[in-house]
Design a protein around this ligand. Sequence first.
Ligand code: XMP
Length: 333
Amino acid sequence: MENNVRPESMARITTPELAKAFIEEQVAQVRAQVGDKKVLLALSGGVDSSVVAALLIKAIGKQLVCVHVNHGLMRKDESESVVKMFRDGLNANLIYVDATDRFLDLLAGVSDPERKRKIIGKEFIEVFADEARKLEDITFLAQGTIYPDILESIKAAEGKKAVKSHHNVGGLPEDLKFELVEPIKLLFKDEVRVVGEALGLPHAMVYRQPFPGPGLGVRCLGAITRDRLHALREADAILREEFDICGLNEKVWQYFVVVPDIKSVGVRDESRYEGWPAIIRAVNTKDAMTATVEEIPYPVLHKIVDRITHEVEGINRVLVDLTPKPVGTIEWE
Ligand code: XMP
């Protein structure tokens, strides 16, 4: 897998037929590369790692060992649905690690956004490495590297170095050395989606909105507490449910809830009730460099406000962020 340059002759994968041909080609290539050896994959449930998992299950079945790390910052029911889809649906060899306590204990009292990101990234690698060490006979590491990752690495190296492999499980410790398997590394995102559907992954999964690696950690502002994280997860689930019901899920690129660590006074059952605000962000963008705010019809907003303030413990107000990018970034952090 030396070649990191997409040949000009490579047709853009836009149809199920082209996707099927690509899949057959990659299945043969992976089998030739891997033989009867085992391959490890960090399966986050994101589009890229899910497509790689489905492709490798087709190519080598149980020789693929998937590890899903739940860092406790996933959206509601997300880890459960990854396990259900891959273990039950695709008969994957899947190890599920609930590392919630490890992450939340380390994050306790940490409010600086960059430190939070670093802690989550580093701990993710450690949890994954701990699992990898428990396994025997693993020769390969599969990664959901896609072509924009490679282009970014080229840009980052500014022509000074050879093209680096982009590490989704970047920087594994020295004692863990694997050969890489990167079957979708020459594909753009839209092609990955076409391939994913041709592999039989559900449409909603393949077209799922982007979700940052540090998960809800960037949306639970300031020092994360379990109660506020729980409130954020529940409010976010309500927003997504209501967007599904009114069809905005098909029109809006990314939509989510942010909960800052401030409280204000409200009233519930005729008594004073201090709670956090839930902030709704719904944006459209082509490349995430700029973004516009999507209009949410008032009746939909009223329903969301009503549900969040009545159903979610700890939330007593709902606000809507109308700031485009720039000036605001998409995430709050
Ligand atoms: P910002 O907040 O910079 O976000 O406007 C741009 C897009 O990137 C997503 N994002 C991430 N995606 N890992 C990811 O894979 C990350 O660490 C990360 N942080 C931000 C964000 O959700 C938005 O779509």
